[in-house]
Design a binder for this molecule. Structure first.
Ligand code: SAH
Length: 256
C-alpha cells in the first residue's frame, strides 16, 4: 500500500472533509487529521469529522457565511501562514473537495509566496454525495455524456453560464450555492428553451443524518424553494430526479 509521507512541522495539507458523513473521509484525510497540530476549518465541516482530529490539535474556525465573509480571505491566508511558520503541522480542512468552489488557489498562492510546503488531499464533493443519495448516476449513456459543477453566484453576483447548452434535454448540472440564485437560474434556462418539466432535485445536508431531498421541476423550483425552509447547505441537481422510491430502500443512510 502506498503511504504518503507524514505531514512535517511547518507543512500544510489542504484536506477535503467530504460532505459531512465522516465515513466519506479518505484514509489520507483521516491520517492528516490525526497528525495535525492545528486544524483550520470551514463552517460547513461537520462536527463528526472534526471529532476525528488529533485530540491535542487546536481547532480554528475560519467560517464564512454564504454572503459576506465572516473572516476575510487575507486573514485566513495569514492564519495558515502564521501557524505553518511557527512550525505546526497544519490541516486546512475544507468541506467536500478542496478544489471545488473552495478558494483553494488563493491559499496556495499565499503559501507559495512564502515558500511553505503544501499538499492537497481530495475529498468527496457534495454533488457526488447528493447524486448517490438519489440512487442516480452523474453521467449515463444516452442521457448525458458530461456534467457541470456550477456556482449560483460568484464574486460579481449571479454567475453567468452557457445557458443554451444547459437548456438542452438530458443535461445534468450540480449547482452549488444556488438557493438564492434559483429564480435567476430558472429564468435564464427557460429563456433559452429549457423544458419547464425538466426534473430538478434539491439536496440539503447531503450525506448527513438530516439529509433532505426535494424533488420538483424547473418550472416549480422557485416556488418550492420559497415554500420549504432550506437552511442547510444544498446542491441543486438540474436534470435529475430521485430513482423510484421502492428501489431506494437500501440506499438510505444508516443513522447511528
Ligand atoms: N468544496 C465544497 C463546496 C464549497 S461551496 C464541495 O466540494 O462540496 C459551499 C456549497 O457547497 C454550499 O453552498 C452547498 O451548495 C454545497 N454543499 C456543501 N456541503 C453540502 C452538503 N452536505 N449538502 C449539500 N450541499 C453542500
Amino acid at each position: 500500500m502506498i503511504q504518503t509521507q507524514p505531514l512535517q512541522p511547518g507543512q500544510v495539507a489542504f484536506v477535503g472533509a467530504g460532505p459531512g458523513d465522516p465515513e466519506l473521509l479518505t484514509l489520507k484525510a483521516l491520517r492528516a487529521l490525526a497528525q495535525a497540530d492545528v486544524v483550520i476549518h470551514d463552517r460547513l465541516v461537520s462536527d463528526a469529522v472534526l471529532a476525528l482530529s488529533n485530540p491535542e490539535a487546536e481547532l480554528l474556525d475560519a467560517g464564512k457565511t454564504g454572503f459576506g465573509p465572516a473572516m476575510k480571505q487575507d486573514d485566513i491566508n495569514a492564519l495558515i501562514v502564521t501557524h505553518a511558520r511557527a512550525g505546526a503541522r497544519v490541516v486546512r480542512l475544507k468541506s467536500g473537495d478542496p478544489g471545488v468552489f473552495g478558494r483553494l488557489d488563493e491559499e496556495i498562492d499565499a503559501l507559495d509566496a512564502r515558500g511553505i510546503d503544501w499538499r492537497i488531499v481530495p475529498g468527496i464533493t457534495s454533488a457526488t454525495a447528493a447524486v448517490a443519495g438519489l440512487g442516480q448516476s452523474m453521467t449515463r449513456r444516452g442521457r448525458n455524456s458530461g456534467v457541470r459543477l456550477m456556482t449560483g453566484h460568484d464574486v460579481q453576483g449571479y454567475a453567468d453560464h452557457d445557458w443554451r447548452a444547459l437548456a438542452r434535454p438530458g443535461e445534468v448540472a450540480a449547482i452549488y450555492m444556488g438557493k438564492r440564485a434559483a429564480r435567476f437560474l430558472q429564468g435564464r434556462l427557460m429563456m433559452h428553451g429549457a423544458d419547464p418539466a425538466t426534473p430538478v432535485t434539491l439536496v440539503e445536508n447531503a450525506s448527513r443524518a438530516d439529509e433532505r431531498r426535494i424533488a420538483t421541476t424547473l418550472a416549480a423550483l422557485p416556488a418550492v424553494l420559497a415554500a420549504e425552509a432550506v437552511d442547510g447547505p444544498a446542491v441543486i441537481l438540474l436534470g435529475l430526479a430521485p430513482r423510484a422510491a421502492a428501489t431506494l430502500r437500501l440506499n438510505r443512510q444508516e443513522v447511528s
